[in-house]
Design a protein around this ligand. Sequence first.
Ligand SMILES: Cc1cc2nc3c(=O)[nH]c(=O)nc-3n(C[C@H](O)[C@H](O)[C@H](O)COP(=O)(O)OP(=O)(O)OC[C@H]3O[C@@H](n4cnc5c(N)ncnc54)[C@H](O)[C@@H]3O)c2cc1C
Length: 252
Amino acid sequence: MTARPFHEATVLRRQQLTRGMVRLTFNGEGLSAFRSTGIADEYVRLFFPDPETGELVLPEIDGDGRWIFPAERHRVHYSTYTVRRFDQARCELDIDLVVHAGGRASDWACGARAGDRIVINNPRGLYKPPPDLRWQVLIGDATGLPAIARILETCPADIESRIFIEIDDEADRQELVTGPCAPVVWLCGEAGRPAQSKLLDVLPTLSTEMDGGYLWVAAEKSVVRALRSQAESLGCFADRQKLVSYWSRAKD
Ligand SMILES: Cc1cc2nc3c(=O)[nH]c(=O)nc-3n(C[C@H](O)[C@H](O)[C@H](O)COP(=O)(O)OP(=O)(O)OC[C@H]3O[C@@H](n4cnc5c(N)ncnc54)[C@H](O)[C@@H]3O)c2cc1C
């Protein structure tokens, strides 16, 4: 049987997690065929209907897994979010969304009510540390926080983690489940601008003893680009890294 590519999810509840983040919990019969990959940073796409026509144009998927959109119809808006939690027995899925100006998904999340429906696709994960992992550095802004939280919850206790999270405001801090081997450093800065982002201070101050480490980054595109070239010029984490652009700041 081929896996179903899309799933309808129904909002069960909305919770204001912190000042700048909303958690939506979904359930419903539509999630009965949804399967987690088990990869801690797995993500899905939320598909939104055309605001004028209400029509939801889902992509067709070709034999190579590529998405094809019918040319004559409006392209669907979709936004990418981490699966913060999936409980298969209860058929419940949590997604934590950063609240920001002018975002379709963000606006929808802020106004979502129990019973509202959305379509999501199958998840995919990117966090794949090498089998000999001894320690890791996790760097992210608020959008990376759900994935970092889940990585920490699922990571073996003997792996050392150094965690650096940039938030706009102290009120965006969250309680994270971490062991003694996982100190979290909260940084208040401007996550979307390399010149102001405190994430760019992290790599140069880490120990030069980088053997056996793994670097995972989720942040704004230009910050990720700057971090990538920093890692390259410091000569660290060469083939032991995953840096992902989670969002792009609009040009000033
Ligand atoms: C693999 C992956 C996993 C992700 N997981 C999460 C997650 O769990 N939680 C989460 O909140 N985000 C997550 N993101 C980021 C999220 O996909 C983007 O922030 C996305 O642009 C939000 O969609 P939107 O429809 O609200 O805004 P869009 O319509 O995409 O963007 C509208 C405007 O908002 C601006 N914008 C977008 N995101 C932000 C932001 N965070 N802060 C300020 N301005 C912004 C854009 O520059 C644009 O001008 C993830 C991204 C990826 C690639």
